[in-house]
Design a protein around this ligand. Structure first.
Ligand SMILES: Nc1ncnc2c1ncn2[C@@H]1O[C@H](COP(=O)(O)OP(=O)(O)OP(=O)(O)O)[C@@H](O)[C@H]1O
Ligand SMILES: [Mg+2]
Length: 279
């Protein structure tokens, strides 16, 4: 095919030899199949921020490390330099997460290069060598569903132990490769320890897995793997050997009745003051 503009500089630099075809056009990126030195790879071209549906909410960028204070100030002010810095941080977040997770033994596409807003990575393929389908495009027996579900929960645990929460894990962002499920699409991944939304995002990721595989293996629909995993992680006792049960009883901590009543009284006083001002 004719080389898309955004891939021309990679061709000029000799990073790729040929663009074979477009694989997908997602909400945030265009994905192409390319050839590099006799190998077939995948090129993910990030869309510019203004062409992208806005998934990059505050919660995703919170606590993301910024190189220097000038950059941090510019990002906070929303200047052009700031927007560019934010854009670069968003794009490199996926590359950072891929390297970090590959090192931790999580099955993600192997990253090769990141150049001018294009991520070059392994093309995940099926048994025929064709681009692998998303989980959403495949149907499973109950047994297969339980096996993949267990594999993916182990991956979630591995990611969490490496300090990463995916943040958008679902049947649309997991490919079924020849050797099993492969997790993709990580620009919104967050720091498990330093981000206030990490717990909520982990619970949602695991709930998505349970809901999807629960279509084929209904007992998964009622299981509580997310809260179970987070509780073990929070207490520092989550290990790769932990056997997950899907059962979780939240411990009821003793309630401090005095402080609850004080909160109620404060709210009441505030409301009374507001009415007085209005009158
Ligand atoms: N490494 C890969 N190997 C094979 N196919 C891939 C790879 N990376 C992405 N794809 C294909 O491209 C699609 C879009 O990729 P990705 O999810 O990373 O981008 P996106 O813009 O966030 O897309 P979406 O908005 O659909 O989530 C995937 O659903 C998958 O079919
Ligand atoms: Mg995606």
């Amino acid at each position: 095919m004719k080389t898309p503009k955004r891939l021309q500089s990679l061709l000029d630099e000799g990073l790729i030899d040929l663009v074979v075809r477009q694989l997908m056009s997602g909400k945030e990126a265009m994905v192409y199949v390319v050839r590099c030195g006799g190998e077939t790879r995948c090129a993910k071209v990030y869309k510019e921020a203004n062409q992208r549906s806005f998934r990059q909410a505050v919660d995703y960028t919170e606590n993301r490390k910024v190189k220097n204070t000038r950059q941090a100030r510019a990002m906070a002010k929303g200047t052009r330099f700031g927007r560019e810095a934010q854009e670069a941080a968003w794009q490199s977040a996926e590359v950072d997460a891929l390297y970090r997770l590959a090192a931790a033994g999580v099955r993600v596409p192997k990253p090769f290069n990141f150049h001018e807003g294009v991520l070059l990575m392994e093309l995940v393929t099926d048994a025929n060598g064709d681009a692998a389908p998303r989980l959403n495009d495949v149907s499973f027996t109950a047994e297969e569903a339980l096996a993949h579900h267990a594999t993916l929960l182990a991956e979630v645990v591995r990611m969490l132990r490496a300090g990463v929460v995916h943040g958008d894990l679902s049947e649309f962002n997991i490919l079924l490769g020849a050797d099993g499920p492969v997790i993709i699409d990580l620009p919104q991944a967050v720091d498990a320890a330093g981000n206030n939304h990490a717990e909520r995002m982990l619970l949602r990721d695991v709930a998505n897995l349970n809901a999807f595989f629960g279509r084929f293996a209904p007992p998964l629909l009622a299981s509580q793997h997310g809260p179970e995993i987070w509780d073990l992680y929070r207490r520092g006792v989550l290990t790769p050997e932990t056997v997950l049960t899907g059962r979780f009883e939240p411990k009821r901590a003793a309630v401090d009745v005095v402080s609850v009543i004080r909160e109620i009284d404060d709210a009441r006083a505030e409301e009374a003051a507001r009415r007085l001002r209005m009158a």
